[in-house]
Design a protein around this ligand. Sequence first.
Ligand code: ATP
Ligand code: MG
Length: 448
Amino acid sequence: MRLSRFYLPVLKETPSDAQIVSHQLMLRAGMVRQQGAGIYAWLPLGFRVLKKIEQIVREEQNRAGAVEMLMPTIQPANLWRESGRYEAYGKEMLRIKDRADRDMLFGPTNEEMITEIFRAGVRSYKDLPKMLYHIQWKFRDEIRPRFGVMRGREFLMKDTYSFDVDEATARQSYNKMFVAYLRTFARMGLKSIPMRADTGPIGGDLSHEFIVLAETGESAVFCDKGLIDMDCPKKDIDFDGDLQPIIDQFTSLYAATDEIHDAAEFEKTVAANDRLAARGIEVGHIFFFGDKYSAPMKALVAGPEGRDVPVQMGSYGVGVSRLVGALIEAYHDDDGCKWPMAVAPFHAGVINLKPGDNAADKACQEIYDGLAAAGVEVLYDETRARAGEKFARMDLIGLPYQVIVGPRGLEKGEVEFKRRADGLRETMAVGKVVETIANAVKAELRYS
Ligand code: ATP
Ligand code: MG
């Protein structure tokens, strides 16, 4: 992609209304533009990151056996009257009327709709288990939208719903999502910690929030430091095998969000040195809720004994758009973003210090073509901006690798290579820089 054709409206000043670094950098790097309280347009650079995150989420859902579909954003209120949530949901729900004066709403979540879809098509336990998901925009009229995309009103969520005949098999679906979530966040370069969360009136132990530690996080969390070093299950994990030992390992150490934190238990079960009281960002939430929707909405299946039973359900959310902010909180420095390869908007940037100079243009084109041929996504800055401005902009948008090309270096056949993560710089031959970056990108995208 040539920068002159792209749309990258970077800001020089830090917007004064942005309180946390991810929000500041998303605005400064031209990733999003606010359109209203908690409502953002995704500009081309931000959109590319959002799509990368979405694709990782999708791949790990598919691997775990969930099946993708797409439900609408607008829902009829009647569905929600069936579950009793239309009245209960309160002001967070955006209620709309259509031209025939029918009550509609912009979906804050999809339990009712998926239950309606399920009951229309499944009759017997023999068709179970099923896991269905979609990645769709939600609207919640939050009291305090803030921190940019972290707490938006319109936001992108992946939500999966599981259907099982009884609680024992529902636990297996839950375990699949538990493992899928560990892997999803790890692939993005995030260490997520599953923490016991509120189950509401259902009770039980099947509700976990996946938390990424960050000082700017909105959740207060408490956990055993041992969880930070626990290894994420590898890609060859068999989702149809017994996942319980993995879940047991992760849940053996104390970890809870403040809503259900038990200070006495924390102190009793975790040695003083291992206690971590910190703040975190909730990037995912998995939840088993049994027949909460299937009973009132009559989503019944014939059980093994022939009797109809309400299907046992769980729901599993990932904050796809919130993750963009969470990733910046984890990966940035004073100069800007530092994207991990898996979610970088482009893998590399090429800076031409003297557009119009024959040698520089030719070398840049050669590097650009060579990288593209190797599958590397490149943003080529061939604009007439000052060198200092180009350097600052490239650092701000945080592509993992940079190649800086100028006439002086080219006289010796050299260009400069820069790694954004640690600032490493090296001069290299034109031919070598392509190979170096292509290999590095390939290695960093190889996940385990
Ligand atoms: P929170 O406690 O942060 O308000 P929640 O518990 O209401 O979130 P869930 O219903 O569990 O959210 O939604 C699943 C995921 O969607 C959350 O884990 C979070 O990552 C994301 N999410 C929820 N609300 C928002 C929001 N207002 N803006 C961005 N992402 C959100
Ligand atoms: Mg939640």
